[in-house]
Design a protein around this ligand. Sequence first.
Ligand SMILES: *Cc1c(COP(=O)(O)O)cnc(C)c1O
Length: 410
Amino acid sequence: MTSGMTLPSDQDSSGRTFGPEELEAVRECLNSGTLTSTRGNFVKQLETEFARTLGAGHAWACSSGTAAVHCAVAALSLEPGDEVITTGITDMGAITPILYQGAIPVFADVDPYSFNVTARTIRDRLSDRTRAIIVTHLFGNPCDMPEIMKLADSRGIPVIEDCAQAFLASAGDRCVGTIGRIGCFSLQQGKHITTGEGGLVVTNDDALARRMYLFINKAWGYGDARPDHYFLALNYRISELQGAVAVAQLNRLEQVVASRIRLAAALTAELSSVPGISVPAVTPGTVHTFWKYCLRVDDHVIPGGTVALGAALKDFGILSAPRYIQKPAFCCQIIREQCTFGTSRWPFTLARPEAVDYRRELFEGTWDALEHVLVLPWNEKYTDTHINYLADSIRTAVATLTERPAAARH
Ligand SMILES: *Cc1c(COP(=O)(O)O)cnc(C)c1O
């Protein structure tokens, strides 16, 4: 059986909004004849307005979420072989910048229910070479920042927040991205708002802001009395065309987030009593902004677990992602086989053996999380009809999977 409803998708106009505002901004940009952000005003406007939206001192646009993480790591001026704690459940673009800066990604385990790193799992991986911690607010759900900041501050270790999936998520009275030293965002096609590709970094630290600005600009000191290329850096700028679209998209962000939160609450209300699945756990005092809506599937109740449920939902035309990224990042070839620069394996050659120990028993939470998570496609353009359809499909799929043959019922 294949049937049902086509859900709005973030891959095309069904689930993305590019209206007259974006079009007008792009037209104005083209008419100006200035497409570089070193001369134009759209990217500057984006940076000013994004900083204000988050309540951050500085924001810079850059070419991707990967570039944003690269700027953040580069701003810390790490020494080769320094260790950066991260998570095994994230986008590879959050990890490779660590290696490009000559540092070693050290994976902390995650909590199998929130899918996030915690103060406890980070503490387990700290060493005298730890120079930074990158926390990922996975799926839009904030990490336990009070505990993580307490730990990091007590050791004087800077925290980078990867907020690519967590625009406007908050913990206490602060937006994620402004709690640690640097926040990183992505404007890639599937994120809350988009310019196709793009990224943003934010910080309240003037010196880090300066380093990140330089890193985006080949470390050329624009405007300095005696400018030079001060250090190793790339061109990570976005164009004014992207800036124009981003300014218009940013005006939509609050509504996008409000809609995703409202829809998530509606689905949670529908699903809370379905056996074998757990709805997302939102920590009191935090705001989860639902980049995706994830279920945890209990394979003791639902035979075949998340994979079976994902397959059953496909019959309803619902394209979920059982197991999310399938395997932890440290099982990908780049890290497993240390495929870096030529055949050198650098910087892994500088690593402590414990830092590159990826044995399964060290990552029970990570494997548990991936083995049970079902990522539902999520979009701000869903209507109540879509939510009811999702809920009905999930209830029906669970009922079918848990139905025992008649003979076994006694
Ligand atoms: C999307 C994403 C990135 C990378 O962003 P790109 O714009 O695709 O380079 C990094 N981290 C997380 C958590 C992401 O979801």
